[in-house]
Write a protein that binds this ligand. Structure first.
Ligand code: KG4
Ligand code: ZN
Length: 335
């Protein structure tokens, strides 16, 4: 069974071909860093236009690299939401057009579902598991019981972890996207240099909050500008990252304790962070459980995870195939 995955929820135009639930034949990702970097963040209208320019060639490349033709495809899996409306509409409408013209069935996937199931691109993980989805738009803890069966346990009440990384990078004038830049810079700094606050919220809560941490970095950077402190960018990056990682690790351990789940998956763009990977791995070793990370290329936005999620959800529930004509994009789309 050949699945064509299409993803355009934010600023990556992506298409992938996934065979029989095991073989990833191609995974093409066209980013828009050059379009948005001078604004320090994603500009929705420009993102939509860039997707329109890229989408056809990205799909064509995915087919060519996989050595297959469009007529060989058995299922189209596309992101319906959540995301930027101008971006989502491009991938969804192209998928609808192809499906309508060719008769290939289509399945709509939630972008977060793609992140939660990305680990199946690498291994046939046993269900259930606890998943921490950390990206630019979300910081969520889920109990994953099966394909299409997810229970939200906790979420960020304000900024997502990735958003905090991007905003801190912007405050330091480091560029966009900020996460990977802070990650690299943190490796040269002292994580104990500055004691940034950690928001634990009420006892037992699995929710997150990163806006206080972000504001605290802003005050420190303002004071540095006025000559009140001399902290280096490296120490700020390392101390900020340490604060985020500590909260994510401790909340995950609490969720593990509350649910009794044995397997843990860390996924989404921030799961590519080297400090988070090391912190979670150490916690897993100390507490004797197994933690799984998708490879960094499957953590950040990609269409392979959308093809993978579409494949597994279709196998479990063929009724999820939708009529291409009456499917709309959803900017806000709870799982
Ligand atoms: O999953 P993703 O590609 O898109 C969304 O669904 O949001 O996540 C993007 C987010 C951005 O905020 C980006 O800065 C962050 O993931 N990110 C990282 C790293 N790589 C990407 N954050 C920290 N460290 C990284 N290495
Ligand atoms: Zn994402």
């Amino acid at each position: 069974m050949l699945v064509l995955g299409i993803e355009t929820s934010c600023d990556e135009t992506a298409a992938a071909i996934f065979r029989d639930g095991t073989d990833l034949l191609s995974n093409v990702i066209s980013d828009q860093i050059a379009v948005h970097s001078k604004y320090g963040g994603v500009v929705p209208e420009l993102a939509g236009r860039a997707h329109i320019e890229q989408i056809h060639q990205v799909i064509q490349q995915a087919l060519e690299q996989a050595g297959v033709k469009l007529s060989d495809i058995d299922l189209i899996s596309v992101t319906r939401g959540p995301g930027l409306m101008a971006s989502l509409l491009v991938g969804l409408n192209v998928a609808k057009g192809i499906s309508y013209a060719s008769g290939i069935p289509m399945i709509a996937v939630n972008h977060l579902e793609g992140h939660l199931l990305a680990i199946f691109l690498q291994e046939n993980l046993e269900l259930p598991y606890l998943a921490l989805g950390v990206s630019g738009g979300h910081t969520d803890l889920y109990h994953v019981s099966g394909f299409g069966d997810y229970k939200l346990l906790g979420r960020s009440r304000d900024d997502a972890a990735g958003e905090a990384f991007d905003k801190v990078a912007k405050m330091l004038g480091l560029g966009y996207p900020g996460g990977p830049i802070i990650d690299k810079m943190a490796q040269k700094g002292d994580p104990k240099a500055i004691a940034f606050p950690r928001a634990w919220l009420e006892k037992g809560s699995l929710d997150f909050s990163f806006s206080g941490l972000k504001t605290s970095v802003r005050y420190l950077v303002d004071k540095r500008r006025r000559g009140i402190n001399k902290h280096s960018d490296e120490d700020i990056a390392a101390s900020f990252q340490a604060a985020v990682v500590e909260v994510l690790v401790k909340k995950l351990l609490l969720a593990k304790e509350q649910t009794g789940l044995e397997r843990v998956v860390i996924t989404g763009g921030v799961a590519a962070n080297s400090g988070l990977r090391t912190g979670m791995q150490n916690a897993a070793t100390q507490n004797k459980f197994q933690v799984y990370f998708p490879e960094p290329i499957f953590c950040t936005d990609n269409a392979a995870m959308i093809a993978c999620a579409g494949y597994h959800c279709f196998k479990k529930e063929p009724g999820r195939v939708t009529s291409p004509l009456d499917l709309d994009a959803k900017a806000s789309f709870p799982l």
